[in-house]
Design a protein around this ligand. Structure first.
Ligand code: UD1
Length: 368
């Protein structure tokens, strides 16, 4: 069995690392399975791509399509044109896509149109917010996927509600958490720790990169000011995504208790998160990682496709509502945050379950 695995943007890399390891493990135990790794090149800066390959021991991609940045239509189209050629030259039984970035959707469409079975890891997540490009990517990908792997039972329910037969949906857990568990004893203290006399529990970590939060300069500044004013004596470490950096560059004075850094490598970023008093974010994956670690997380979004992080975990949604944010900051500052638990099957063995399941799955005779 040949599987082509797709990775394109930063959050994909943590998700494919354990899957590739599980494929290699199956190979070693004599199973007939091989993989080809395609990097679309959606992310290309070392800090958003190469460093993750090195730190997570992901093998070099067999090919990099080098699509780079562009508008959504440009980027998606570029990926499709280049991946179609790649797939015609290197046919396979399955194309495996992860997550919800443009590369996920673009490669799923190309595969399906070439009658190749599509596997979606992290299927069925829904924010029901079509202003998010990721929600469109999720819906389109799931509409043409053949085998669905989900992180929660609820994600499977969304798929069933859309008419997907239950036997195609496998609740397996979370490959991003596989990577976190694998690396917990390798996390590395970043330089900023010593530079600013950080100690476990005396700082917050912040990440913001959603267009809705960072593309408008005055909105971003208002957010930063509000967070800064509520931080008390805590410093706020803010590794800045290139998209956010563009907006920040146009702003004048920024709050001095916010320490801006370049995007951090995985092992350093997770070290910061693990020892933080709290995390403020608009990321998807970080809501899951803080839930696993039991770190208070304030999510600056109106909705989440990962409701288990709120219902079960340590996450609270504040949207852009100053009142909700201040309430959350009060709870944080008075050590009154909910405890949170780890969602079912987030146990570090998800990739193994995925590969076992693929090996035992009977391919449909007609691919439609
Ligand atoms: C993408 C994903 C988003 C994910 C995020 C994680 C989509 C629609 N969005 O958003 O779901 O949460 O990655 O980072 O797929 N840039 C660089 N260097 C790079 C890549 C990008 O400087 O290596 C800059 C470019 O100016 C680019 C901008 O960042 O135009 C946005 O990059 P893009 O890949 O379009 O989306 P992200 O905002 O990174």
């Amino acid at each position: 069995m040949k599987i082509t695995i797709i990775a394109g943007a930063r959050p994909n890399f943590m998700k494919i690392a354990p899957i590739i390891r599980a494929v290699k493990h199956a190979q070693k135990s004599g199973k007939d399975i091989s993989y080809r790794l395609v990097h679309t090149g959606q992310h290309y800066d070392r800090k958003l791509s190469g460093s993750f390959f090195d730190e997570l021991n992901i093998p070099d991609p067999d090919v990099n399509l080098e699509v780079g940045s562009g508008s959504h239509a440009q980027q998606t189209a570029q990926i499709m044109v280049k991946f179609e050629k790649e797939l015609l030259e290197n046919p396979c039984d399955y194309v495996l896509v992860v997550g919800d970035v443009n590369s996920t959707m673009a490669c799923a469409i190309v595969a399906k149109k070439l009658h190749i079975n599509v596997i979606h890891v992290e299927a069925g997540l829904r924010s029901f917010d079509l202003r998010m490009p990721e929600e469109i990517n999720r819906m389109v990908t799931d509409a043409i996927t053949d085998l669905f792997f989900t992180t929660t039972e609820q994600a499977g329910q969304h798929l069933q509600n859309a008419g997907i037969p239950q036997e195609k949906i496998k609740f397996v857990g979370n490959t991003m958490i596989d990577t976190l568990i694998d690396n917990l004893d390798r996390l590395r203290k970043p330089e900023v720790f010593e530079q600013h006399q950080l100690e476990a529990g005396n700082y917050w970590v912040m990440t913001l990169h959603r267009p809705s939060n960072v593309d408008e300069a005055q909105k971003l500044l208002a957010l930063l000011n509000l967070i800064s004013e509520n931080a008390g004596d805590k410093k706020i470490i803010f590794p800045v995504h290139p998209r956010t950096a563009k907006t920040l560059a146009a702003l004048g004075d920024l709050p001095t208790n916010i320490l801006f850094t370049d995007p951090l490598p995985y092992l350093e970023f997770m070290y910061l998160v693990k020892h933080a008093a709290a995390v403020i974010t608009d990321s998807g994956g970080i809501q899951e990682e803080t839930t696993y670690l039991g770190i208070p997380c304030i999510t600056l979004r109106e909705n989440t496709e990962r409701p288990e992080t709120v219902d079960v975990g340590s996450n609270v949604l504040c949207g852009f509502d100053p009142e909700k944010m201040e309430r959350a900051f009060d709870q944080l500052n008075s050590d009154n945050w909910k405890k949170g638990e780890i969602p079912e099957l987030w146990d570090g063995k998800t990739a193994e379950r995925i590969i076992n399941s693929i090996m035992n799955y009977e391919l449909p005779k007609t691919n439609n």
